[in-house]
Design a protein around this ligand. Structure first.
Ligand code: C2E
Ligand code: MG
Ligand code: MG
Ligand code: MG
Length: 286
């Protein structure tokens, strides 16, 4: 059998390659159908600020979900990378923005609470020249202040075409929206490189939090990133907070904001208003 494997490595490769190509083709067809059949929906995960005695909700992050006709819910981690590669992310992203704004505008209006919206923008969307104008148009349409909107972009969007990216970032700053660097720390950008970019926020990837606070090295790394971000004038959101101990640690070192299953999982928009009521009571009594 070992012989079999070494004899025709290219054959194996070709077969594997065809299988992958077929799967991709299938996914492409499925995704196009899903767009038409409106099988996508959004969930919203709260982000909490740690300034007060109790965490207070400040933003909601829109996260896409795909419910197939068989009723299974597919994670974006499985189809966003493909949609990005195939360009399908452009129509999909347009839908995400429109849908997120619709829910957000209603939430702000009904609750009278200035909660912010965070939207994930993929690298391909970020390079779409019409994006700044479309975002500005949505803000205008719903009379929402730009400072309440945060665009979460990734390192690859910023560093792969750096000069063009800087222009786009400046256009967004001119509109007044906040810019956040998502998944910080798992790619290859350094805090030093960020110094030159007009960013407002750093979202530290949850990979950093897994062994905090048990590992003193990891805890030290996180607090150093947060301190340095502060020096650079960036606010920080730490992702993936699942335990009280992690929350306590971050509160102690003066972290601005956190997000994670401990305080709120991604949920349907209906789950958000109760959190806003709690936030209001908290603000009044503090
Ligand atoms: P992300 O933007 O970094 O989103 C955070 C992911 O971590 C979400 O997964 C969220 O459900 C998960 N998460 C949050 N808190 C915790 C926690 O405490 N523990 C654990 N284990 N996980 C936590 P999700 O929704 O599966 O999204 C995965 C990625 O897919 C997102 O990462 C983002 O890069 C992408 N994505 C999701 N929705 C969109 C979208 O609307 N547009 C674009 N372009 N990308 C999206
Ligand atoms: Mg995000
Ligand atoms: Mg993230
Ligand atoms: Mg992430």
């Amino acid at each position: 059998h070992a012989k079999h494997g070494t004899q025709h490595p290219y054959l194996f490769y070709c077969k594997e390659h065809t299988r992958l190509a077929q799967n991709r083709f299938k996914l492409d067809v499925q995704l196009r159908k899903a767009i038409k059949k409106q099988e996508f929906f959004l969930q919203f995960q709260p982000i909490f600020s740690l300034g007060k005695q109790q965490p207070v909700i400040c933003n909601i992050e829109a996260l896409i979900r795909w419910k197939t006709n068989k009723g299974e819910v597919v994670s974006p981690a499985e189809f966003i990378p493909y949609a990005e590669q195939s360009g399908l992310i452009l129509p999909m992203g347009e839908w995400i923005i429109a849908e997120a704004f619709k829910h957000w505008a209603k939430l702000v209006k009904d609750s009278g609470h200035e909660v912010g919206l965070s939207i994930n923008i993929s690298p391909r969307q970020f390079r779409d020249h019409s994006l700044p104008l479309r975002i500005a148009g949505q803000l205008q349409r719903y009379h929402l202040p730009a400072r309440l909107l945060t665009l979460e972009i990734t390192e690859s969007a910023v560093f792969e075409h750096e000069e063009q990216a800087l222009e786009t970032l400046k256009q967004f700053k001119a509109i007044g929206v906040r810019l956040s660097l998502d998944d910080f720390g798992v790619g290859n950008s350094s805090l030093f490189k960020l110094k030159h970019l007009p960013l407002d926020e750093l979202k530290i990837d949850r990979a950093f939090m897994i062994d905090v606070p048990e590992s003193s090295a990891d805890s030290e790394i996180v607090s150093t990133i947060i301190k340095t971000a502060g020096i650079l004038g960036l606010s920080v959101v730490v992702e993936g907070i699942e335990t009280e101990a992690q929350l306590e640690f971050l509160r102690k070192i003066g972290c601005d904001c956190i997000q994670g299953f401990l305080l709120g999982r991604p949920m349907d928009i209906q789950g958000i208003p109760p959190l806003l009521v709690a936030a209001k009571t908290q603000t009044l009594s503090a």
